[in-house]
Design a protein around this ligand. Sequence first.
Ligand code: ADP
Length: 437
Amino acid sequence: MSGSETNLSAGTSAGREVGGSASMRRRAEPEAQVERLTEERDRARAALQSALHERDRAHAALQDAERRKDELLAVLAHELRNPLSPIRSAVQIMRMAEGDQATTAAARTIIERQLKHLVRLIDDLMDVSRITRGKLELRTERIDLAAVLRIAVEINRPLLESRQQHLTIALPEEALVVEADTTRLAQVFANLLNNGAKYSDAGAEIRINATREDARVSVRVRDHGIGIPRDMLERIFDMFTQVDRPQSSPHDGLGVGLTLVKRLVELHSGSVYAESDGPGLGSCFTVRLHLASAPQTEADRLPSPREPPQGALRARILVADDNHDGAQSLALMLGMEGHDVRTASDGLEALRVAEEFRPQLVLLDIGMPKLDGYETARRLRERPWSRGTRLFALTGWGEEEDRERARRAGFDRHLVKPVDPELLSRLLDQALASGRG
Ligand code: ADP
């Protein structure tokens, strides 16, 4: 017992001595540990807070995207419906004014104008969607910007004339050769010019000027119209963004044109920006592009001028479309041009009619029941009599892969709906002329 006491005391005393530093260590250890744990806790708390913040941000972004999508659908429905009311009224007018040529002609002009507007809206939307999905391929060539601008002006000539606006174009003497997709670049300047005309008064001046800046060219489209508020100068390039105006103009669109401009310019490795001294003080849009590196003499060629329509050629034409009104209206139109036209509402019927009618031209919708357009074309091409027959595909899809598929199925042409009657008539004349030659 005493031994143990001694031991204990010895131990205790020894323990005390040792224990003195040990207890300091023990105290120091928990303190360091607490400090470490506190640090860890603070770090974890900070990480948690940042994760929560990130989650809130993602949530807000998601809600924002959701809201924008809803708004977008509402705007889209509204914008697409807008041209339909005048079209409906005009049709009614035509029905009531039968025989009154002037009234019928006025109603027809309304329909044509609204239809063009509708087609443009949808084309723009599809182009933006193609670019977003990386599906738009540029067909680049060396081209003089002057030629591109000529096309853009041509597209806007009816609008400029109807608004009696004056356009001046100032270009340097030398050719400004760019490596570009002529159609797409013309679309860029056509959109900018269209806005310049839309957002300026009748009779106003619009000016386009191009200047060379080393290896680049800047093209400015300037108007003296309603101008753009400073805080909107960048945002107007966003999809469906429009400046709030007290009064909306009858020419207002969907807010897609500038999105398309920006994306097309960027696809050409260029840039675009807007300037304005404010509301009422006009706007200026500048497009900057790289000039093509080596000089080229035959660069500035314009697309070949259109062949004049030859008319007068009569053909046997088969139109196949499961949309009854689509087939009928096309058949009526072609019939009025003097052609002999039959219709079919699916692929199998098209084959049956074709066998007996032996058409020189077949216009085939792609998405048809029973037998789609591709398969119908393939089977038609198996018939020996179809060697001289022209097959045109009619579809809502104009992607390169759709065109390629149509080519493989035996189509000669791939036309995106709604088909421009003038284009169809021209193609028809060409097809018939070459069929005879
Ligand atoms: P929209 O079809 O509405 O014209 P855009 O994308 O082409 O669509 O233009 C977006 C908006 O930018 C327009 O609604 C208009 O408010 C403004 N805007 C574009 N160009 C001009 C311009 N030249 N002058 C004044 N405002 C313009």
